[in-house]
Design a protein around this ligand. Structure first.
Ligand SMILES: CC(C)(COP(=O)(O)OP(=O)(O)OC[C@H]1O[C@@H](n2cnc3c(N)ncnc32)[C@H](O)[C@@H]1OP(=O)(O)O)[C@@H](O)C(=O)NCCC(=O)NCCS
Length: 180
C-alpha cells in the first residue's frame, strides 16, 4: 500500500512510503528500529521490546506490517494469534479458554521519531487487521497508562479499557480490548 508522509521531523513534507507485510528477511531491520526507538524513549518502561523470537512468531502465527522508505524501515506494527496460550490477552479478560483462539494480541507498535505525527499507528493497525486469519473476533492489547500517545490512538481505534494490572513481570498496564 502506497502512503505519503505529510510530516517528517515535525516539518511539512511529502515523502512517499510503502506499507507492506514484513517477513523473516526484515527481522534485522525490525530489531534495529526497536532498539533505536526504545533507546530514545524518556520513559523506556512504557515499551517492553520484543525478542527476535517473539517478532518471528508474529510473522508465523499473526501479522507484521512495516512502513518503508525504500530499504529503510521507519515503523512497524505486530499482531499475534496465540491460540490457547495463557499469554493470549483473552486469558486476562476472564474469557473461557474455548474463546481464546478467536482473539489476537495487538503486540507492539513503533514509529521512528522522525515520522511521528502521521497517524501511522492507526494506519498500520487497520492494515494489519485486514490480514488477520479468518475467525478472529477480537483484539487484546496492553498500554502503559502513562503512554498518552499510544493510549490515545488505541482508544480512537475502538479499543476500550478492561482493567489496570501489572503485566510482563510487574509493569503497570491497561488491558484493552476491541471487538472486530
Ligand atoms: C506510540 C507511537 C507509535 C505513536 O506514533 P504515531 O502513530 O506517529 O503518533 P500520532 O501520529 O498519533 O501522533 C500524534 C501527535 O503526537 C505526537 N507524538 C506521537 N508520539 C510521540 C512521542 N513518542 N513523543 C512525543 N510526541 C509524540 C506526534 O508528533 C503528533 O504531534 P502533532 O499532532 O503535533 O504533529 C510512537 O509514539 C512510538 O513509537 N512510541 C514509542 C514506542 C511505544 O511507546 N509503543 C507503544 C507501546 S507497544
Amino acid at each position: 500500500m502506497d502512503l505519503v508522509l505529510e510530516k517528517v521531523n515535525g516539518q511539512p513534507a511529502h515523502l512517499p512510503v510503502e506499507l507492506r507485510r514484513c517477513g523473516p528477511e526484515d527481522l534485522d531491520a525490525m530489531e534495529q528500529l526497536q532498539r533505536e526507538v526504545h533507546a530514545g524513549m524518556p520513559h523506556p518502561e512504557q515499551f517492553v521490546p520484543d525478542t527476535r523470537d517473539q517478532l518471528a512468531a508474529c510473522m508465523a502465527d499473526g501479522v507484521c506490517v512495516g512502513v518503508w522508505d525504500g530499504e529503510t524501515l521507519g515503523a512497524y506494527f505486530t499482531l499475534r494469534c496465540m491460540g490457547s496460550s495463557p499469554e493470549n490477552y483473552a486469558a486476562f479478560m476472564g474469557l473461557p479458554p474455548a474463546e481464546w483462539p478467536r482473539w489476537a494480541n495487538a503486540d507492539s507498535v513503533v514509529v521512528c521519531a522522525a515520522w511521528r505525527g502521521n497517524g501511522l499507528q492507526r494506519t498500520m493497525a487497520r492494515a494489519a487487521c485486514g490480514w488477520l486469519p479468518e475467525g478472529i473476533v477480537g483484539l487484546g492489547a496492553t498500554v502503559s497508562p502513562d503512554n498518552a500517545y499510544s493510549l490515545r490512538n488505541a482508544l480512537a481505534e475502538g479499543f476500550e479499557i478492561v482493567c489496570r494490572r501489572p503485566m510482563y513481570g510487574g509493569f503497570d498496564r491497561y488491558l484493552l480490548r476491541k471487538i472486530l
